[in-house]
Design a protein around this ligand. Structure first.
Ligand SMILES: Cc1cc2nc3c(=O)[nH]c(=O)nc-3n(C[C@H](O)[C@H](O)[C@H](O)COP(=O)(O)OP(=O)(O)OC[C@H]3O[C@@H](n4cnc5c(N)ncnc54)[C@H](O)[C@@H]3O)c2cc1C
Length: 406
């Protein structure tokens, strides 16, 4: 029998949840976590919210205590894995160390996309993924009068809200008719647009940034494609993320096509095509029994659920992963949770609302042929179980039932 350890590669929530689950489920062998950042694994949602605004402690990011790792796992932090030989069950680290493993979990997460903007390398241009980047952005926002945010997705809009809460003016540039349109569609994108307009955000919809402007090596604003100059003391590029699949590729593992969201292809137990290699969190493209297609989800709850599921699978459980995608956001006084999946604005017929959009207290349902694909509760809590029942219902619930949901 192999005495090699179980190894987890990753420094986020999927990695820490998997490690905890392995021990909770009785794994007694050696456990090594290879984390590329100089920290034990941590969670990221506060990095654009309360932590960014200086309202939460750094220690709150670390969901598993240092003491737990001391007793349960060897954490090799600041040490990215650079090579993978799945045939020999070996992992190479950046410092030249080679680790044998009995079973391996890849949980390498995502990195911010950097578009090749002229000026993207100027001082004062920020990305947001790590705790250090959040620290730097927080300091810069507090010192600035105005931030330009390129990208109107979740991170861009959350940072815009935090900037306004820090008394910094914010201009947000997005390509769609409304912010967050790719996930929410134009109807609910408009709700978020109005929220930000009400808080004084300078929302530039359907506006492409052509370049970041600099003086003496420092960003001083952006120029849009139609030649307008918008001044800013700092610039955040938040145009999406890309899964960190380099190690999986080095190990010869299959990736899913870009049309399906990319990522490492896994089966229903989160197992990759490599012997004894699983994948979880942002990088995993998992077949959804309910939606009948693979889905790759870049969200907090999926990192927890899939990390837990993969750990159990590493211990022999062959249950198929069947969680519906779930995510949340907090912007100003708006708290939201969303369950389900739509493959974009063309993939649903209508949005049915129950409650009051004006007073920002409602539940919205995205439907196709009467079936519920997804539901979103805005300032409405603890209803996701019922939303899930509607999504999974055999019979379409009917518009009237959805309208009277609240
Ligand atoms: C600013 C911000 C705000 C967010 N807010 C929300 C929110 O409000 N709601 C929500 O649902 N989701 C949110 N998310 C998304 C959520 O944080 C991610 O889905 C989650 O972090 C994914 O966890 P993960 O463990 O898969 O990967 P990650 O958290 O990305 O962790 C991956 C880790 O693996 C490390 N790594 C990569 N390659 C290697 C390698 N070769 N060797 C060793 N280590 C490696 C990386 O350095 C990183 O530390 C937010 C994300 C960010 C960045």
């Amino acid at each position: 029998m192999s005495t090699a350890p179980f190894v987890i590669v990753g420094g986020g929530l999927a990695a820490s949840t998997a490690a905890k689950t392995l021990r909770d489920e009785g794994y007694e062998g050696d456990l090594v976590i290879v984390a590329g950042e100089a920290h034990r694994p941590y969670e990221r949602p506060p990095l654009s919210k309360d932590y960014l605004r200086g309202e939460a402690d750094r220690s709150a990011l670390f969901t598993v205590d240092e003491d737990w790792y001391a007793d349960n796992a060897e954490v090799r932090s600041g040490q990215p894995a650079t090579g993978l030989d799945t045939g020999a069950r070996r992992l190479a680290l950046a410092d030249g160390t080679v680790l044998d493993y009995a079973k391996l979990l890849l949980a390498t997460g995502s990195s911010p996309l950097v578009l090749p903007f002229p000026g993207a390398d100027l001082r004062g241009v920020h990305l947001l993924r790590t705790v250090e980047q959040s620290d730097q952005l927080g300091v810069a926002l507090r010192a600035a009068e105005r931030v330009a945010i390129i990208g109107d997705g979740w991170i861009g809009m959350e940072v815009a809200a935090s900037a306004r809460q820090l008394d910094c003016e914010a201009a947000v540039f997005g390509l769609g008719a409304q912010p967050l349109e790719r996930v929410l569609g134009p109807e609910m994108g408009l709700v978020f647009a109005q929220l930000h307009l009400d808080h004084g955000v300078d929302l530039r919809r359907r506006t492409r940034v052509a370049k970041i402007l600099g003086e003496d090596g420092r960003a001083v604003g952006v120029e849009t494609e139609d030649g307008e100059r918008v001044d800013a003391d700092l610039v955040l590029i938040a145009v999406g993320a890309t899964p960190n699949t380099g190690l999986a590729v080095a190990g010869g593992l299959d990736l899913r096509g870009k049309d399906l969201g990319g990522g490492v292809a896994v089966d229903g137990t989160l197992r990759t095509g490599g012997a004894d290699v699983w994948a979880a969190g942002d990088i995993a493209s998992v077949p959804s029994p309910h939606f009948g297609r693979p889905i790759r989800v870049e969200h907090w709850q999926t990192a927890i659920d899939s990390g837990r599921h993969a750990a159990r699978a590493m211990l022999g459980d062959d249950t198929v992963y069947d969680k519906l995608p779930y995510f949340f956001t907090d912007q100003y006084d708006l708290g939201m949770e969303y369950l389900g999946f739509t493959a974009g604005p063309d993939a649903y017929d209508e949005v049915v609302v129950s409650g009051s959009v004006e007073s920002l207290e409602f539940v919205a349902f995205w439907t196709r042929n009467g079936r519920v694909l997804a539901g979103m509760g805005v300032n409405t809590w603890d209803r996701m179980g019922e939303v899930e029942a509607l999504i999974r219902a055999e019979e379409p619930p009917g518009t009237a039932a959805l309208q009277s949901f609240r």
